[in-house]
Design a protein around this ligand. Structure first.
Ligand code: NAP
Length: 165
């Protein structure tokens, strides 16, 4: 039986690259993003080799995340790997001149979106005693750049592999 990866932000960049790499290794995929046409193009590209389920999803919406998980086809329900990749960097202004909406959007996407997806998928992994969560971080979390104030804090992902639960 194939393993299943749930990838957020699969319509572009790292997320799309992860999807192609998982597919090349025979994994079934759940691809998430807001841009339906891009999701559909990637689904069609990969679907010949592996089974692919595309979900139009804004990770900032916790209720939508839960609903998307509840609506997964049964063949895709047992997720082995969650790749929390959806995210963005906005603004380069000094903190005192920032656009508060940029800060809110980064926190809502990069932090809260990651938490919503993790909280929705982790119980199944724990129940099956199987699974991995990959949080895409950034060197900006360790090595700040001018204007990267909130972006940096939103992509610090610290985990202790000896204490997965
Ligand atoms: N590129 C870099 O140099 C770099 C370096 C370090 C870390 N990172 C991090 O790596 C991750 C991916 O970066 P990337 O360069 O591949 O970026 P990208 O090409 O801009 O892709 C970002 C992805 O996130 C998705 N996304 C954004 N907001 C979303 C939302 N509210 N709900 C669902 N999906 C959302 C986008 O999909 P839709 O627009 O279709 O929703 C898109 O697929 C980000 O977390 C980024 O901060 C990037």
């Amino acid at each position: 039986m194939s393993q299943i990866a749930f990838i957020t932000g699969a319509t572009s960049g790292f997320g799309a690259a992860c999807a192609r790499l998982f597919a090349a290794n025979g994994w079934w995929l759940i691809l998430c993003g807001r841009r339906l046409e891009r999701l559909e193009a990637l689904r069609v590209e990969l679907a010949g080799a592996v089974s692919v389920h595309a979900v139009t999803l804004d990770v900032r919406d916790g209720s939508a995340v839960n609903a998307a998980l509840a609506a997964l086809p049964s063949a895709f329900a047992e997720i082995d790997v969650l790749v929390n990749n959806a995210g963005l960097a906005l603004g380069l202004e000094p903190a005192q001149q920032c656009d508060m909406e940029d800060w809110q959007r980064m926190i809502d996407t990069n932090i809260k979106g990651l938490l919503y997806c993790t909280r929705a998928i982790l119980p199944g992994m724990v129940a099956r005693d199987r699974g991995h969560i990959v949080n895409i971080g950034s060197v900006a979390g360790s090595y700040p750049y001018p204007g990267g104030n909130v972006y940096g804090l939103s992509l610090i992902h610290i985990s202790d592999p000896t204490r997965p639960h």
